[in-house]
Ligand binder design. Structure first.
Ligand code: KPL
Length: 300
């Protein structure tokens, strides 16, 4: 998609937090001439390096008109609630995280002219002490989630294309979220439980469990009205295992660093949706329980 730079400069962007994907987006936007500010728990000026260039981010100053919210699924509700009093009447919010379930929580909180978007990305980024590395060149899918978002489509689309493009704009994010959910439901908990690289899951001993998890996800997606083709998804999952073979998944990293994981928005979302449709999902249920136990072991 060709970026519309005049429209993107019409919005002044704030990025929430200092996670790797957020900083990657912030650096790319700022280098393209769109000044970005950071919304941090403790407001601060952040100096960092990106592609051998020094970049400085000033703390965000409300009112905020365009906010990229790349926080973990479990932090979305609290983050948006904190942002609400600081947003302009027609602010645009872009959510981006693994898992599902946040959109329906956030939509009712916004005023009629405030737009909500979701962006799902395959870019990889790694944060180091005072720099961010673009470790995997991916792409992103962006969707407006309400009519107030559609009213600002050009400006938000152009900015997100600069930040995390190449971008596909879609009217319906749900099929993309279900596909990503299927990939994360397999790779994330297995790599976290076995404390391994994504590539390890290509070993024969994991194949039966991968098929069982995916089979359940496909059943639940179908019951929710989104057909996921089992064979196609299995191929996609194997492609991601191959293409990210030497990477650790985000959930493996969360467990490794004793942080809370996104298990409730990934396998937990499957379990909750299955219950609504009276479906049994023993494999996803067991993974959710195992991960919750691991987290509880270190008090998360
Ligand atoms: O999204 C990911 C994650 O780690 O959260 C995958 C696709 C599994 C890549 O590691």
């Amino acid at each position: 998609m060709a970026p519309n730079t005049s429209a993107s400069s019409a919005l002044s962007w704030t990025v929430v937090g200092r996670g790797a994907i957020g900083l990657l987006a912030a650096c790319r936007l700022q280098l393209a001439g769109n000044p970005v500010r950071l919304w941090l728990r403790q407001p601060a000026t952040i100096d960092m390096q990106f592609q051998q260039q020094p970049i400085q981010f000033l703390p965000a100053t409300p009112p905020l008109s365009a906010v990229f919210v790349p926080v973990k699924s479990y932090a979305v509700l609290e983050t948006v609630t904190t942002l609400l009093p600081h947003l302009t009447a027609d602010a645009q919010l872009v959510l981006s995280h693994n898992g599902m379930g946040s959109i329906e929580q956030v939509l009712p909180l916004l005023a009629p002219q405030q737009g909500l978007w979701f962006l799902t990305t395959t870019h990889g980024a790694l944060k180091q002490a005072d720099s961010v590395l673009h470790t995997g060149c991916g792409q992103s899918v962006l969707a407006p989630l309400n009519s107030a978002a559609q009213a600002h489509s050009n400006a938000v689309t152009a900015a997100m294309d600069t930040a995390l493009g190449p971008l596909t704009l879609t009217e319906d994010i749900q099929p993309f979220l279900w596909q990503k959910l299927a990939i994360n439901a397999v790779i994330n908990p297995l790599t976290a439980l076995h404390n391994c690289h994504n590539g390890e899951l290509a070993q024969p001993q994991y194949q039966q469990q991968i098929c069982a998890i995916l089979h359940e996800v496909c059943q639940v997606a179908a019951a929710a009205g989104y057909a996921l083709h089992y064979e196609v998804m299995l191929e996609k999952i194997n492609e991601v295992i191959q293409s990210t073979a030497t990477n650790f998944s985000s959930m493996q990293q969360d467990i490794m660093h004793q942080r809370r994981t996104e298990i409730d928005a990934i396998n937990g979302y499957i379990v909750a949706q299955a219950a609504r449709s009276n479906l049994a999902v023993p494999h996803n249920t067991q993974l959710q329980q195992q991960l919750l136990q691991l987290q509880q072991g270190y008090g998360r």
